[in-house]
Design a protein around this ligand. Sequence first.
Ligand code: C2E
Ligand code: CA
Ligand code: CA
Ligand code: CA
Length: 280
Amino acid sequence: AKSQGKGRHVVYDDRMDQRTAEQSRVAADLRSALDTDQLHLLYQPIVCLPGGELFGVEALVRWTHPDRGPVGPGAFIPAAERTGLIVPLGAWILEEACRQAARWQEELGDAAPRTVTVNVSARQLREAGFAGEVDAVLRRTGLAPGLLTVEVTETAVFDGGTALDELKAIAALGVKIALDDFGTGHSSLGLLRTCPADILKVDKSFVDDVTEGGEQAVIVAALLTIADGMRLRAVAEGVETAEQAAELHRLGYRYAQGYLFGRPMAPDAINLYRPAHDAE
Ligand code: C2E
Ligand code: CA
Ligand code: CA
Ligand code: CA
């Protein structure tokens, strides 16, 4: 039994090595991707319920690898975080999204997305001077701070250290703060007391079963009560069916995001976005 245990341990170590090797390969490829235009951003509509009018967008990064084709963010963001490459990568994403947001202001005026949301990882938030960089990007691109939303996970803020201070400095610029995947991390409710937040993104896992009633619906309703009480906008994530949208609207949700309304799309497709769906 002892040797078996030892054997398993060796297998485990091998796997760890493989994963580390894979991650450093991804990181090396990603470094050159940054310099050679292999990365681009797509934008997913955040809409109003029940009509589906465009409210804002969330920027989601895509990587077209020269040999491997499209690589999903799930396959490279973790590697980028572990190697610290997320810092230059995130800086590129932030600037690109702000540039696009400023372009929409010019092209669409009042019809432009009212907020452009950028995902910011724990590692970026821990970087001293990140808020200063956000400020510099806003100045360079000419985007009004109130049109940018920085989206962070609860776990990123709880990372400790200076993350919370950095977030407060970003909020002080007039940039909106969204808490991503809300309800899936730890101590969410405590965080709401200390963390500056304007938007609460209710995780897809809660939205998935909202039409089945019962406990899932109770959680979705309770999260909205908290958001309303604290004057936060609640956005229901991962809405895929008309039934879910109708139920969310019935519960009082006014904002949603999901494949029902639109998949992540190229910036030009946002210019053409029209509500195709009505939750009533
Ligand atoms: P997230 O921030 O929670 O983003 C939402 C993810 O759910 C996106 O996947 C989006 O395409 C997907 N999604 C949206 N609506 C639906 C739906 O109705 N059904 C289903 N099944 N999925 C839906 P994506 O683009 O693959 O991104 C995955 C994760 O990678 C993101 O989760 C985020 O954590 C990370 N990520 C993506 N772009 C960036 C980025 O620019 N920076 C950072 N730091 N992380 C990013
Ligand atoms: Ca997000
Ligand atoms: Ca999310
Ligand atoms: Ca997620």
